[in-house]
Design a protein around this ligand. Structure first.
Ligand code: ADE
Ligand code: ZN
Length: 324
């Protein structure tokens, strides 16, 4: 099964590029940029990756980003990830990036996008790996700040495949960002949002009704509400589910207890994704393998999941046809 899953052309719809920062690169960039880390060794770093919930992860995730300062740092981050992903059979990656987490440290959009775009071009030409860009707003920051970021991104609007909504979910409902997402819609930028990861089902309704999203990131809490499940099934709304992330952030107790089989049985459009592979114990292949081990899924299920991701990617029809 490992060989089959490695060869299966996999499309990743839910990845935070800052969540691909492996400890080795963290140390290299810290030294290059003169950043003091609170870890003495790589073992120390892994010991700190013992999360109790989403917030305990986010605290460490934002701390790690302090080493990303120049275009070449963002280039190294993305290129390292693209190489690892390509090695495990990933053919297309849709990556969230968190501009506010960088702008607040004096690192501007042009720095971030210069590095990421160079890596994306190289991944395309050298690895045959295509990608899409999702500019995410931090939901625990003010909506006015998100609006400012969206307006200041004007020179890049045409290269943004979507805007997204991430960071600490509880207490930060989608409705807070209605205006920002309304503006993105007016500009013509597609929208996705994290909802129902840790937060209540009402946040999934809000993301659909107030933010007009085409995908729900996570969404695993939807099973609490049969009427919502029916709506998601009827609309064919895709859920970008991240099983290893859910286990590591204690959204679920274990892989065996993960609701993925129920989501599939309910007829929902499910995809499997890695979220923050450097922090959660592996990338796409590890997530697929964990599903095989926990649920006993065989080839046909994984082919369906891979096809769901292709169908719902921000990808031209020619590329889709290539991947089928
Ligand atoms: N940012 C990075 N990973 C995230 C997650 N799993 N949930 C919310 N925001 C995130
Ligand atoms: Zn995420």
């Amino acid at each position: 099964m490992h060989e089959f899953l490695k060869r299966l052309p996999k499309v990743e719809l839910h990845l935070h590029i800052e969540g691909t920062l492996e400890p080795e690169l963290l140390f290299t960039l810290a030294e290059r940029n003169g950043v003091m880390l609170s870890y003495a060794s790589i073992e120390d770093v892994y010991a700190a990756y013992d999360f109790s919930d989403l917030q305990s992860f986010l605290d460490i995730y934002y701390q790690g980003m302090s080493v990303l300062q120049k275009p070449e740092d963002f280039y190294a981050l993305a290129m390292d990830y693209f190489r690892r992903a390509s090695d495990e059979g990933v053919v297309h990656v849709e990556m969230h990036f968190d501009p506010q987490a960088h702008i607040s440290r004096g690192v501007g959009l042009s720095t971030i996008l210069e590095g990421l775009n160079l890596a994306r071009q190289e991944a395309e030409s050298e690895l045959g790996l295509s990608s899409a860009l999702i500019m995410a707003f931090l939901r625990d920051r003010p909506a006015a700040e998100a609006m400012q970021v969206l307006e200041s991104a004007k020179p890049y609007w045409d290269i943004l495949d979507a805007v997204g909504l991430d960071s600490a979910e509880k207490g930060n409902p989608p409705e807070k960002f209605s205006e920002v997402f309304g503006r993105a819609k007016q500009i013509g930028i597609p929208r996705v949002a994290h909802a129902g990861e840790e937060g209540p089902v009402d946040y999934i309704y809000q993301a659909l009704d107030l933010l007009d999203v085409c995908r729900i990131d996570h969404g695993v809490q939807c099973l609490q509400d049969p009427a919502l499940v029916e709506r998601l099934r009827n609309q064919g709304t895709v859920l970008t589910v991240c099983p290893l992330s859910n286990v590591r952030l204690k959204v679920v107790e274990s892989m065996q207890a993960h609701p993925l089989p129920q989501l599939l049985d309910a007829g929902l459009v499910v995809t499997i994704n890695s979220d923050d592979p450097a922090y959660f114990g592996g990338g796409m292949l590890a997530n697929f393998m964990a599903c095989h081990q926990a649920f006993g899924w065989q080839e046909a299920v994984f082919c369906k999941l891979a096809a769901n991701a292709i169908d719902n990617a921000f990808m031209g029809e020619v590329r889709k046809a290539q991947l089928y």
